[in-house]
Structures are given as structure tokens and as C-alpha cells.
Design a protein around this ligand. Structure first.
Ligand code: GUN
Ligand code: FE
Length: 429
């Protein structure tokens, strides 16, 4: 692995509300890891080649904790429905097409290329229930150079015939998938993916719990997204005190002690019962906050301020295609905006998020799901993006912090000049 130095305007989150910016600073990569941010280059790095990015911004790569690859093809359409109707009328019929590997190759090819070109360096990705198409997606994601976790979805009830997998088969295919990909990839990892409780019988959840204990794999799913969905889970699992317990009973809801239970990320958490928030915290479960999806599907607004105040771990998800694009910068802006609506419209709601907090959620907050990820600080994976905001400039100049805020609101992939993952160049242009 090469050692090198990037020069430019460095900006990273130290804590959830504190940014650290070093104008025209030096960022050192040693063996795929950051060796630190510096105002002057220390003598010990003097031999390393320097890439000078001039007045560009150098930021940690963005982290998407929740995205559905097979829904990418219909993003931006069908936005006039709520969750359960949207699943039946839009998402499930589209996902059924991934039985056809030719279709999957074409559609996943577009997804993978756009993810490569985006500001995202890490992502937790849902595939479909189809094992072969899931492996194809993993091959394509490996080719992008991004570090991702990809899940073959389990769903054995309350979904159309073409998409449902019988419980036994669903578990057998999951085992086969894990076996077949073992050792195949350097940067693409499997993650257990029960779709959500309404689509997973107790038998499938029990079997996945067993697979989890055998393999130690992490878990991703959906939680308390929509009020009708939460009421449905109460009917399906009358024994569960809250929605989260319906996962927890099978050992599929975070860690009861370090290493005891799966590292878990749950999308949405818009309507948490009181004991659910306590369980999220006790189990160290990550919340993937998906503000655009929650707006498009009229799901509501997640109480992110309350989660942060309670010490619950939170990151951002784009949730394509309920969210219409893969931009985590856009998710940051959406997170700030919906928090303001909640602040004004919900009695007793906590204060709105700041841009700095939203930047933290989309970098270091979600990055923690992958380990020491999401920061430029020494010891973190060298996941970095370089942004050129010259065409967003204005007379008089702006501070680095102000320029970062503008990138959050105004930038697109065309503003990116370079992307690195663990020190490896993904693109430079
Ligand atoms: N809950 C279960 N499946 C899905 C999905 O595909 N998208 C969203 N937003 N919520 C879900
Ligand atoms: Fe989702």
C-alpha cells in the first residue's frame, strides 16, 4: 500500500457538534490509514509524494447506512403512496425481476457505476431474496473499490408469490450464499438481511438467529418506519413488548454484551415505543436515519435529536428508492430540514440539527458501523473525497466551514475531483 500526502482544505468531525478544519493543511496516508491532519508537514513524512489539491476541500468519504440496490431502477417514481402500498405496488414487482440475471446485470451495473462516481465510500446495501443476483451485485460492488456490506434478503410471508421464498429454502439459500462467497472478496462483506418482521416468519427469524450465532455476521433491517406497519407487527407478534423485541427475541437486535449478538443497523425508527429507544441504546443498535424516504412515503420524522441526546448511535441512509437518489450530502440537508419541521410541528421536540451535526451523521456517525471510519483523524481508514467548489464560489470568499455547508446543500457528483477508499484511488479527475 502506497504512502502519500494530500494537500488542501481539510475538514472533518471531531465530535458530533465540533468540526475541525485546517485550511491548506496536509493529510497523510500510511498503509491505507490516516496518519493525521497537519498544518505543517512533519519531517518524518518528508519523503512521501504530495498531491496538491490547491483550494479544494478534502473530506472524509460519506457513509450510506441504508440503500436498496434493486430499487435504483425506479427511483423518482411512485412517490404518491405510503409504505405498505408502495411495497406491494412498486418495490415488490420490481424486485421480482431480479430472478432474471440478465436484467440484474444491467440494472446492478448502473447502480454500481453511480455509487462509484458518488461521494459515498461505504454502504450497507439490500439486494433481493435471489441468491445468484445477490452474488452478482457483490461482484459488481467489489469492482467499484468501495467497501460495502451486501445482504441477500429473507422474506417468506406477506409478499407476492414470485418474491416469496419458503422458510426452509430461504435459510438454505442464505447458508449457501455465505458459503459460496467466503473468501471471494476483499472489500465486500455479507450482512444478514431479514426484510422486516411482517415479511419474516418466526421460523425464518429463528433460523437466521442460529446462522448469526454460527457466523458472527452483522444484521440490517427496518424498524418502526410507519404507523400501520408498527400496528401490524403488534398483531403478528403479540408477545413482543415493542417492535424491536420482535427481532431481539431471536438474537437479531444488537449486542447484549460486547461480541454477544450481532452488530445491527435498523433503518428509520420513526415511531419508537419508549422501551424501544431504551433497547436501541442498551444493544448499541445503529439507527439509519433516512429523512428523504420518510418524507416521500409520508412515514413521519424520526426523533434524531432525542436519539443523539440519549447516546444512541445514528448514521444516515438514502434508502433508495423510497429516497430518490444516492447522495448522502442530500441526506444531510434533508436531515437538517425535517428536524426543523419536527421542531416546529411536534410539541416538545428537541432543537433542530445543525449542518455540522448532519455532516457528522453522514461520516463519523454512520462510519462507526464499519470500525474506525468516517474521519480524517489519525488511525481512521483513509476514506477520502476531494471536492472542487469553484463554481459555487462568490465574491469575497468563504470560510472552510461555510464552504462545507454549501457543498451539503448544493453539490453533486460533478463537484468531486477524487475519491480514495483505504488509501486506494477510486477515481481522480
Ligand atoms: N420495509 C420493508 N421493506 C422496505 C423497503 O424496501 N423500503 C422501505 N423504505 N421500507 C421497507
Ligand atoms: Fe429501506
Amino acid at each position: 500500500m502506497k504512502n502519500f500526502v494530500l494537500r488542501g482544505n481539510l475538514c472533518t468531525s471531531r465530535t458530533k457538534d465540533r468540526l475541525e478544519c485546517i485550511p491548506h493543511g496536509y493529510l497523510v496516508c500510511e498503509g491505507g490509514t490516516s496518519a493525521g491532519m497537519f498544518e505543517e508537514l512533519p519531517e518524518r513524512f518528508a519523503d512521501y509524494p504530495i498531491q496538491d489539491w490547491g483550494d479544494c476541500l478534502i473530506l472524509p468519504g460519506l457513509v450510506d447506512l441504508h440503500i436498496h440496490a434493486p430499487q435504483y431502477a425506479f427511483r423518482g417514481t411512485g412517490m404518491d403512496r405510503e409504505l405498505l402500498e408502495w411495497l406491494n405496488e412498486r418495490a415488490f414487482p420490481e424486485e421480482a425481476r431480479y430472478k432474471d440475471l440478465e436484467y440484474a446485470a444491467e440494472a446492478y451495473g448502473i447502480f454500481a457505476e453511480n455509487m462509484r462516481a458518488s461521494a459515498t465510500t461505504r454502504a450497507c446495501i439490500f439486494a433481493t431474496r435471489h441468491r445468484e443476483a445477490t452474488e452478482l451485485l457483490m461482484d459488481l460492488m467489489e469492482g467499484t473499490g468501495l467497501k460495502t456490506m451486501v445482504g441477500k434478503v429473507n422474506m417468506d410471508r406477506n409478499c407476492p408469490e414470485g418474491l416469496r421464498e419458503e422458510g426452509e429454502e430461504s435459510l438454505a439459500e442464505t447458508r449457501r450464499w455465505i458459503r459460496e462467497i467466503k473468501g471471494r472478496y476483499e472489500r465486500t462483506d455479507p450482512i444478514l438481511t431479514p426484510r422486516f418482521i411482517p415479511a419474516c416468519s418466526d421460523a425464518v427469524m429463528r433460523g437466521l438467529g442460529e446462522i448469526q450465532r454460527e457466523t458472527g455476521l452483522p444484521v440490517q433491517s427496518h424498524l418502526s418506519e410507519n404507523e400501520d406497519e408498527a400496528a401490524w407487527v403488534k398483531e403478528l407478534c403479540p408477545w413482543a413488548g415493542c417492535y424491536g423485541e420482535a427481532y431481539d427475541r431471536f438474537g437479531m437486535f444488537g449486542e447484549s454484551a460486547p461480541g454477544a449478538g450481532p452488530q445491527t443497523v435498523m433503518a428509520h425508527c420513526v415511531w419508537p415505543a419508549e422501551e424501544e429507544a431504551a433497547l436501541l441504546k442498551a444493544r448499541g443498535v445503529f439507527v439509519a436515519h433516512c429523512p428523504q424516504s420518510n418524507t416521500n412515503l409520508c412515514s413521519g420524522i424520526a426523533p434524531v435529536r432525542e436519539y443523539l441526546d440519549a447516546g444512541i448511535r445514528v448514521g444516515l441512509g438514502t434508502d433508495v428508492a423510497a429516497g430518490c437518489g444516492e447522495s448522502v450530502f442530500r441526506a444531510m440537508a434533508d436531515a437538517v430540514q425535517v428536524s426543523k419541521l419536527r421542531f416546529k410541528l411536534v410539541r416538545g421536540a428537541g432543537r433542530p440539527l445543525t449542518s455540522a451535526e448532519a455532516f457528522f451523521l453522514g461520516t463519523k456517525g454512520g462510519g462507526a458501523f464499519f470500525g474506525k471510519v468516517g474521519s480524517l483523524e489519525a488511525g481512521y481508514a483513509f476514506d477520502v473525497i476531494v471536492a472542487d467548489d469553484r463554481n459555487l464560489a462568490r465574491p469575497g470568499g468563504l470560510s472552510v466551514e461555510e464552504r462545507l455547508e454549501r457543498l451539503i446543500y448544493l453539490s453533486g457528483p460533478e463537484h468531486l475531483r477524487a475519491k480514495y477508499v483505504e488509501g486506494r484511488e477510486i477515481f481522480v479527475r
